[in-house]
Every structure is written in structure tokens, then in C-alpha cells.
Ligand binder design. Structure first.
Ligand code: C2E
Ligand code: SIN
Ligand code: SIN
Ligand code: FE
Ligand code: FE
Length: 370
């Protein structure tokens, strides 16, 4: 009876957290922790099966990369292919066990409990794998299997929902980049430009203390900043030299045009994108366009993407100018602190210059065809 109660307590302590978790990586770690606590295992891993690549992947710890193994490897692989649960209390005498993992890590596997995680239709989603019943030398029992099975039933539903969510978000991201690139392509800017602007914006957003969720929102919305260039004629957009007064007047309408394209949506992300399109050329001292907003009057999203956009535009060649050296760009940001740009944000930029340069390197432009 006492045991049942502690079991219930474990489940209850996780249910709330699991129900609130949308991020697939964090969800997998939570589910693994719950499984481990439920049956007093030393370690527990939730593997997900990628049916296309025939691989199992997992997120074993916070901050670590995903681990990927072929779905024919070891005990987890057996369960993923056969769909049958396994209790193995003598792994070193079981040919299905992959001893190399222990050999590499110096860990000693005494016993393994592994069972399939199924989705609503009974299709195998992944594997729940527990290692080493605690305290040693205890072994996994049928009852442990029953208990982990209970967790797996619940896990399947939570994972199914999170995977669907991830699919939707991935689709959204792809759509946004495709749309944003369509705007930039005509001005001969590459697809990498919008990706870099997204990453710089995310870096500045977290750097100035924005929450992770809001920073992610800015990252998604930032690529749309120049969507209004879609309506600017090629003759202006691709003019090799300086724009005359009339051309410049037309060019400047791209921010308000972008806002008008995006403002009708009720989606949080597109609302953010609308603000960004409208405000990414405002300047801290009030000399920007289209409205000459000043200081705090400029939305934080606008101040962030303004910096990200200018940093990237200066580092890249344009039809109207060559690329600048990093040193010259940094000098401009220092000079424009509290003039063109929010002084606090310039400080964030300078503090994280290493990370900025890493992003620049990671999303380098492909050398263009002659
Ligand atoms: P863009 O090329 O993406 O540049 C974005 C912003 O980066 C510019 O906004 C400006 O703030 C900054 N920037 C880019 N190049 C330089 C530079 O050489 N010096 C300095 N100090 N800042 C620079 P801005 O000025 O509002 O321009 C908006 C867009 O208008 C540009 O986007 C570009 O598409 C177009 N544009 C601006 N000037 C010219 C020009 O002389 N010729 C042509 N063909 N297009 C121009
Ligand atoms: C296996 O499934 O055979 C490997 C067990 C482990 O992860 O140590
Ligand atoms: C808006 O939310 O309507 C745009 C905010 C602004 O650019 O003033
Ligand atoms: Fe712009
Ligand atoms: Fe841009």
C-alpha cells in the first residue's frame, strides 16, 4: 500500500510538468526522469524512432546534443523492431546486448528493462529503456515492467502531441523562410541573410533579458522584416549606385508596406513580424523612418531587428556597396550607440561579439556563380 502511494506521488509530481511541456527535447528528458523514479532505475532513456532513417534518437541530458543510433543496435533496437518488451537481468550473457557502450563509458550494466512506446494507433513511436535496478544487486521484476508500461501509455500520448506540434512549427518556419527569401531574392540578397538576421535577433533578445519563449518568437518573426521589398520595382532595388530622391522615397515605403501585408493576421508570430517590418528602420534618436519614433517609443522587437539587419547588411556586399570589414562595423556600432541604436542593445552586441561572429561563420553565403 505504501508502495502504491509513493508510485502515485511520483506520477502526480510529473504529470503537471509533462502536460505543460511542448518542447520535444525537454519532454523526452522529463519522461525519462519519471520512468527512472517510478521503478528505481539508475538510468532511463526515452528513444524515438525515425521511421524514415531507421534510427533511434534521444536527448539524454540538458545541454547535450541528441544521440543517434541505428534501430538495429542493442536492446533498444530489438524492442523497436520487434515491438516486444524485454527484461534482461544478465546482459553480458545476452547476444542482443551491445557491450561496446559499457566498454567505452566504463559503466557496468547489470540489468535492462525496455519496452515499446506506442502511439494512438499502436504504431511504434519509440522505446523506454531503464538500466540498473537500484540499489544493487536488485533486478527488474514483472511489476517494474507493469509500472513502466503504465508510464509508456501516457508517454505515447504526450510524445504524439509534441511531435505533431513540432511538425506544425517546422512547417511554419519553412513557410516563413520561403516567403522571406522571396522578398530578399529580388534585391539579390541570399537566403542566408534572413537566417542570420533571425539568429542575431535571437541572440540580442536573450542577451537583453527577454524570456526564451519571446526570444523564439522574435527569431521566427525577424526574417520577415523586408517582406515589403516585394512591392519595390527592380529598377530601384537592383540599382548599382546611389538612389536619387524619388527612388529613395519609394524605397522607404517597404517598411510600411510590409506592415500592411502582415497586420491582418491574428497569429502572435505574424503580429510580431508586422511590428518588425514597420519599425526596423526607426532609429533611437528619432531620425529613422517611417514615423521617426524615438527611444522606448520604438518596440523592443524593432530595436533588436534594426541592429541585426544593419550588422548583416554591412558585412555583405550589396549592389550599391562592397562588404565592410568586421572592425569597421564594430566602430560604427560604437559610434551609433544611443544615436542610431538602443545603447543597452549595443552593449549586448559588444558583450556577445564572439557569438555574433560564430553565427556569421555558421550561415556563410555560398560563393555566388560568376
Ligand atoms: P539593406 O541593403 O538590407 O540595408 C539595411 C540597412 O543597413 C540600411 O537601411 C542601413 O541602415 C544599413 N546599411 C547598409 N549599407 C550601409 C552603408 O554602406 N553604410 C551605412 N552607414 N549603413 C548601411 P536603409 O539605409 O534604410 O536602407 C534600406 C534599404 O534600401 C537597403 O536595405 C537597400 O535595399 C536599399 N538601399 C539603401 N541605400 C541604397 C543605395 O544607395 N542604392 C540602392 N540600390 N539601394 C539602397
Ligand atoms: C543496449 O541497449 O544494449 C545498450 C544499453 C546501454 O545504453 O548501455
Ligand atoms: C501595431 O501593433 O499595430 C504596430 C505597432 C507600431 O508599429 O506602432
Ligand atoms: Fe529594410
Ligand atoms: Fe534585410
Amino acid at each position: 500500500m505504501a508502495k502504491q502511494q509513493s508510485l502515485l506521488k511520483t506520477i502526480f509530481s510529473y504529470v503537471g510538468k509533462i502536460a505543460d511541456e511542448r518542447d520535444i527535447d525537454r519532454l523526452m528528458i522529463l519522461l525519462a526522469d519519471m520512468g527512472r523514479d517510478l521503478i528505481s532505475a539508475d538510468r532511463c532513456t526515452v528513444w524515438l524512432l525515425n521511421h524514415k532513417t531507421r534510427q533511434l534518437w534521444s536527448k539524454v541530458a540538458h545541454g547535450m546534443d541528441r544521440v543517434v543510433i541505428p534501430c538495429t543496435t542493442g536492446i533498444a533496437g530489438c524492442v523497436a523492431t520487434s515491438g516486444e518488451a524485454l527484461i534482461i537481468n544478465d546482459p553480458y550473457n545476452d547476444s542482443r546486448f551491445d557491450k561496446d557502450v559499457d566498454k567505452r563509458t566504463g559503466y557496468r550494466t547489470r540489468n535492462i528493462l525496455a519496452l515499446p512506446i506506442l502511439d494512438g494507433e499502436g504504431k511504434i513511436l519509440g522505446v523506454y529503456q531503464a538500466i540498473n535496478k537500484m540499489p544493487a544487486p536488485a533486478a527488474f521484476s514483472r511489476q517494474d515492467l507493469e509500472h513502466l508500461l503504465l508510464a509508456a501509455t501516457y508517454t505515447g500520448k504526450a510524445l504524439d502531441a509534441a511531435l505533431l506540434q513540432e511538425e506544425i512549427e517546422a512547417t511554419q518556419r519553412e513557410l516563413i523562410f520561403t516567403l522571406a527569401e522571396a522578398g530578399e531574392k529580388r534585391s539579390k540578397e541570399t537566403g542566408q541573410h534572413v537566417k542570420r538576421v533571425a539568429e542575431y535577433s535571437y541572440l540580442f533578445a536573450t542577451g537583453c533579458g527577454m524570456s526564451e519563449i519571446e526570444a523564439q518568437l522574435v527569431r521566427l518573426a525577424a526574417p520577415m522584416h523586408d517582406i515589403g521589398k516585394i512591392a519595390i520595382p527592380d529598377a530601384i532595388l537592383q540599382k548599382p549606385g546611389k538612389l536619387d530622391e524619388d527612388e529613395w522615397g519609394i524605397m522607404k515605403t517597404h517598411s510600411e508596406l510590409g506592415y500592411e501585408i502582415l497586420m491582418h493576421s491574428e497569429r502572435r508570430m505574424l503580429k510580431a513580424a508586422a511590428v518588425i517590418a514597420r519599425q526596423h528602420h526607426e532609429k533611437w534618436d528619432g531620425t529613422g523612418y517611417p514615423r521617426g519614433l524615438k527611444g522606448d517609443g520604438i518596440h523592443m522587437y524593432g530595436r533588436i531587428t534594426a541592429m541585426a539587419d544593419v550588422f548583416d547588411a554591412l558585412g555583405c556586399p550589396r549592389v550599391y556597396k562592397p562588404a565592410w570589414e568586421l572592425e569597421r562595423i564594430v566602430s560604427l556600432f560604437k559610434a551609433e550607440r544611443a544615436h542610431q541604436f538602443d545603447p543597452d542593445l549595443v552593449d549586448v552586441f559588444l558583450k556577445h561579439l564572439d557569438a555574433v561572429v560564430r553565427i556569421k561563420e555558421t550561415y556563410k553565403d555560398e560563393p555566388s556563380a560568376p
